[in-house]
Design a protein around this ligand. Sequence first.
Ligand code: AMP
Length: 397
Amino acid sequence: MKVLVVNAGSSSIKYQVMDMTDEKVLAKGLVDRVGIPGTTLKHEPNGKDDVLIKKDLPDHTAGMKLVLDVLVNPEYGCIKSMDEIGAVGHRVVHGGEDFAESVVIDDKVKKVIRDCFDVAPLHNPPNLMGIEACEELMPNVNHVAVFDTAFHQTMSPANFMYALPYDVYEKFKVRRYGFHGTSHYYVSHRASEMLGKAYEDCKIITLHLGNGASMAAISGGKVVDTSMGFTPLEGLVMGTRSGDIDPAVVFFLMEKLNMDANEANSYFNKKSGLLGLSGVSNDLRDVIEAADAGNERAILALEVYYNKVKGYIGNYIAKLNGCDCLVFTAGVGENGIETRENICKDLEALGIKIDPVKNKVRGKETDISTDDSKVKIFLIPTNEELVIARDTLRLSK
Ligand code: AMP
């Protein structure tokens, strides 16, 4: 079966067509600036030249329609007709407490996705737009939702509850959910294969370090803890997000800077993190470059960033009562040689020793620990699309 994977953002649609007989990617691409003047579609067919199409598109349905036209194009398409697509897998960020697994989409599923608009206002509405656009254009195939929160539903209440009055959990479902679950799931399974141990027997700490960043502690095949919480704002220092903070700072700054709740939300999500602290950029590469040139605030931002990750490693080793391996993934984790080295520096007491020579690698599955490191350190490029395609196939047979 051939599966189409769709990841619809507020103004973008990422797609991939996979032949599930050998899990080969036949084509992938990105429609950018959907609904904004200057829409582009970059299509990358396997074994053929990339194609760039510029055409303003009013909405996600028009964006998906163009994707489908491109997929069957006789010159640069990858299938002869849309009948070859057996099912569509959709990335959905928030599934609340209702979904611990991927699911075939029906009206009830769409209602849950809609009910989560409140808690995932930037992600769930465009995810649902993508689903509805695809359903309209491909009404005769299964559509499957794969949730970023699903893997973390294996967490126990001892780790997902906040110490708040219990009724806010009962009334509003205020609790920790965690995100990037599909990525943590994929790289932790690959790590168990690299360790040569059954997944259920492994203690794994995964570090998904991208523009958004989160970590997870995994044991017995379940998530013990993860760094993002009710929203993707909690946890590590990110490109523009503050990560963990004393909540009293929020009330204090709302008063001092005369911000309402919406403005405060934007302040901690969009103006903080590496960008806010360094004053340079949200892109770690730029911050490193500025630090290398002697920019004091950039140096400080990097120190705060590394310290936060180290703190979570210690926290998770304590919660797991040991650890078989750390796994680095996503943009920073896969490419940031210096970042990986700085995070692992001075962690010998925890049995973590990085090999500086093996660490000089980007984007390739590798063991980067020294031979005598008790905790193995792996670089594993993430592949969320493959997890989505596999779940879609499983639920569509
Ligand atoms: P992602 O969100 O997974 O696409 O990751 C994007 C982030 O990866 C950007 O913020 C970049 O700063 C970061 N990144 C990419 N290459 C490097 C690198 N060589 N060193 C450090 N960070 C990098």
